[in-house]
Structures are given as C-alpha cells and as structure tokens.
Design a protein around this ligand. Structure first.
Ligand SMILES: [Fe+2]
Ligand SMILES: [Fe+2]
Length: 270
C-alpha cells in the first residue's frame, strides 16, 4: 500500500498547498491513502467542517488533529458523525469523536489509523502507550488489517521515538506531528516499522513554526503581552512522509520524506 502522511496544515497558505498539490501527488505517487494533520488549518487554531470537506474533495482520506482539535468549538458537534476526522486517542472517556478508525482502501484492503498524543511538556492525558496497545488488541498487522499508521502528536522527540520502538513490528508506520519542523530521521526500524519523529508542517517556513514572525519573535524578546499570533502568509511547503508497505506483512518496504513548494528544498521519495 502507498500512503502519504502530511504534517500539520497551518492557516490559509497551508490549506492552499494541500488543495493544489494533493490531486497531483495522488496521481504521481500512485497513492492508495492520504492522511493530513489538520489541527492548525483554521487560521492556525483548530479545524472546521468546511475545511474537512475541502480536504476530502481533493483526495484526502483521513484527518488527524492534536492539542488544537477543539480550538474551533463547532467541531465538537461535527466530529462524532465524521469517522474520517480523528482527535487524540487518549482524551478522557466521554470525549466526542474517536482516536482510532479503520478505513477500506481500493481492492478491499484496510488501513487502521491510530492517533495518540504525548504527555511530555503537554497537558496531562491518559497513557498514550496503553491507548495504542488497547487499539491494537484485536488487530494483527498483515492478518486482520493491511496497514496500520500511528500519528503520535507530541512535543518530545524522546516520547515519539519511544512510541516507534514500543510498536516496532506491530504497525506499518509511526510518524510524529505537532513540532512543525521536519526531522531528518526517516528510517525503517529493526522490526520493520517505518518511522519519522516529525513530518513537519504544511505552511510558510518564513515564520516561527508557521506563525507570523514579528509577533512571535517579540514574545521571546520583550516578554510583554503581544497581539494574537497570526499564521504567516507566504507560500507554503507541503511536508509529508511517504510510506510503501509490503502487501503480505503490512510492514514498511520504503519510507521517505516528501517536500514540495515554498522555501524548503524540494524532496521526492526515490
Ligand atoms: Fe500543530
Ligand atoms: Fe499540536
């Protein structure tokens, strides 16, 4: 199976690069499934039903989120009836929506998407490792499901690497989101799971993690209250991770970063 995971979409410029490039990428890379992290797609804060629909229309199959999932409160009413939109798995019981779902892909194959959120330097939540383990309880990669992707939304690189190794051999890929900067560690772990600590964002890199740099820098320099952070408006780079799995085992055959558009050097999976 050929899967593309795109990191946190930030603001209008991030939405634009997704909407403009996904149809072309689907075709050029012969993709079976496209996942986008949309937690910052609504002007940097959260996501709306309209944005979800715009992403589905261009060929996005599933959307993950993160700590910003509830920034646009209307999404609380939408998420329960929208199986393609995931919120982090390890929120308290009774939280609207779901953090795991299984999708049918062309040819009757199945892809399971699991979306834990880390706890280091983030709000306290239930144990993300136990959450993933629970989600996998009745599923076996290559037996009951053809591909399993874990989007670990976390601040700490250590917690993300821990997640990769904890489920190495049990899932097709563990990929990180939230940091908004792509890491250079794409690899297949010893057990066969593809891994990259963070996919990076789909946004303008002439910014501070996607937000307009003047206000963001002033917050560090002056330590005085500033206006609200606004998303940067320059041309976005689409940052993603491409995964190809073995059709029999579901483990990774190839993993590589993808970067197109904007300021970062272009990179295509070989
Ligand atoms: Fe984010
Ligand atoms: Fe986040």
């Amino acid at each position: 199976m050929k899967v593309l995971y795109c990191g946190d979409v930030v603001g209008q410029t991030g939405r634009r690069v997704i909407i403009e490039r996904i149809p072309e990428l689907r075709e050029r890379l012969d993709l079976d499934f496209v996942i986008v992290n949309g937690e910052n797609s609504a002007h940097g804060f959260g996501i709306t039903d309209k944005i979800c629909e715009a992403f589905y229309d261009v060929g996005v199959d599933a959307i993950t989120t993160g700590n910003h999932v509830w920034d646009q409160r209307e999404i609380m009413n939408y998420i329960g009836g929208e199986p393609r939109l995931l919120r982090p798995l390890n929120y308290p019981e009774g939280t609207p929506g779901r953090g795991v779902n299984t999708f049918t892909v062309a040819g009757g194959r199945t892809l399971m998407l699991i979306h834990p959120m880390g706890r280091l330097f983030m709000d306290p939540l239930d144990d993300p490792f136990a959450g993933v383990q629970m989600a996998l309880l009745n599923h076996r990669l290559g037996k009951t499901v053809d591909c399993i992707v874990v989007d670990i939304h976390a601040e700490a690189t250590s917690e993300k690497m821990g997640m990769g190794h904890a489920f190495d051999g049990k899932v097709s890929m563990v990929v990180g989101s939230h940091v908004h900067i792509p890491t250079a560690d794409a690899q297949i772990l010893p057990g066969g799971t593809a891994y990259q600590t963070d996919a990076g964002m789909c946004g303008d890199y002439d910014s501070v993690i996607g937000m307009e740099k003047t206000t963001a820098v002033a917050r560090f320099v002056q330590k005085l209250p500033t206006g609200r952070l606004e998303p940067a408006k320059g041309e976005a780079t689409l940052c993603g991770v491409y995964l190809e799995t073995d059709e029999d085992t579901g483990l990774a055959r190839h993993v590589a970063p993808l970067r197109v558009g904007g300021r970062l050097a272009e990179q295509w999976p070989v």
